[in-house]
Design a protein around this ligand. Structure first.
Ligand SMILES: O=C(O)CCC(=O)C(=O)O
Length: 287
């Protein structure tokens, strides 16, 4: 994979597609180099987990030489779902590489094309190590808004980016187009996988078509927080690494009950944009 585009700004057709369909795929938005800081942050966390598993006598070897897409899967291959879920189904650590990714100008360009140049990075961002054969692999049909039903934060735009190619085998995203105009549907909490995901029943999905979205590493899928989506289990032998980042206009609810977001871009007041130090300190930078 190589750097294919310099700006993430959307064409009129792309912006129109997003408005009509509730989602948009931007192929190969980010280069390998641009993903590297996030990959390093993930590697740091995996090493921390390997140290802990080793100290607890759960693994005989920390597999330090194994490649990024295999190491975490192999660390857990003889362990249980409980062992894995102890670290959470998704991660939200304050490691600098994540801030670098969330502040990536191409991502911000794309979002700016949809909601303007005053951009708040929502506190809800997830790093997803979707490990084969372990609970929390599949994510049920849901609307992201079910996680913040009371927040006045419309629109929240999710930017979903895989760090390995996301395929039908390792569990790529599935989306129901045009469902972003729906009200927030009544959801329930999934209980059997121990993940607590919000979920919708089959009967609530209606006849809307499903689009399967395999994408290459560094591509981005943008979607509205009412758009129905899910992902299938990871049936490969590698980790389906991805991040889901979220952005909204600065004049909306900063959703502080979910953590501290940050001012990611301001055309009006660029000096106010949060620095890495602001973010690491968890300062709620907001206009
Ligand atoms: O990454 C996945 O498998 C699911 C992502 C998701 O549900 C989300 O970003 O809201």
């Amino acid at each position: 994979m190589s750097a294919k585009i310099n700006s993430g700004s959307l064409t009129k057709d792309q912006a129109q597609f997003y408005e009509e369909q509730g989602y948009l795929v931007i192929p190969d938005l980010l280069s390998d180099e641009e993903l590297a800081p996030a990959r390093e942050a993930m590697t740091r966390k995996v090493s921390m987990i390997a140290d802990e598993l080793f100290q607890d006598g759960l693994i005989p070897n920390k597999l330090e030489e194994r490649p990024f897409q295999y190491r975490l899967a192999e660390l857990f291959q003889d362990l249980s779902a409980e062992n894995f879920l102890k670290y959470g189904r998704s991660w939200r650590d304050r490691i600098p590489g994540y801030f670098t990714l969330m502040s990536n100008p191409k991502i911000l360009d794309a979002v700016e094309s949809l909601i303007g140049g005053e951009l708040f990075s929502n506190p809800v961002y997830n790093v997803r190590p979707k490990v084969p054969k372990v609970a929390a692999g599949a994510v049920p049909w849901h609307q992201d808004k079910s996680y913040w039903p009371d927040a006045n934060s419309n629109p929240v735009i999710t930017v979903w980016i895989p760090l390995v190619d996301a395929t039908e085998v390792n569990g790529c995203l599935h989306i129901k187009p045009k469902t972003h105009r729906k009200r927030v549907l009544k959801w329930h909490k999934e209980t059997h996988t121990g993940t607590g995901y919000t979920a919708l029943k089959e009967s609530q999905l209606g006849k809307t078509e499903t689009v399967v979205l395999p994408v290459t590493a560094g591509s981005a899928i943008l979607f509205n927080d009412r758009c129905l989506h899910m992902s299938t289990p990871n049936l490969s032998n590698e980790v389906r690494w991805s991040v889901d980042l979220r952005y909204q206009p600065t004049d909306q609810d900063p959703m502080t009950s979910h953590g501290a977001g940050f001012l990611a871009r301001s055309r009006k007041n660029p000096a106010k944009v949060a620095t890495l130090e602001d973010w690491l300190a968890g300062r709620a930078e907001h206009m």
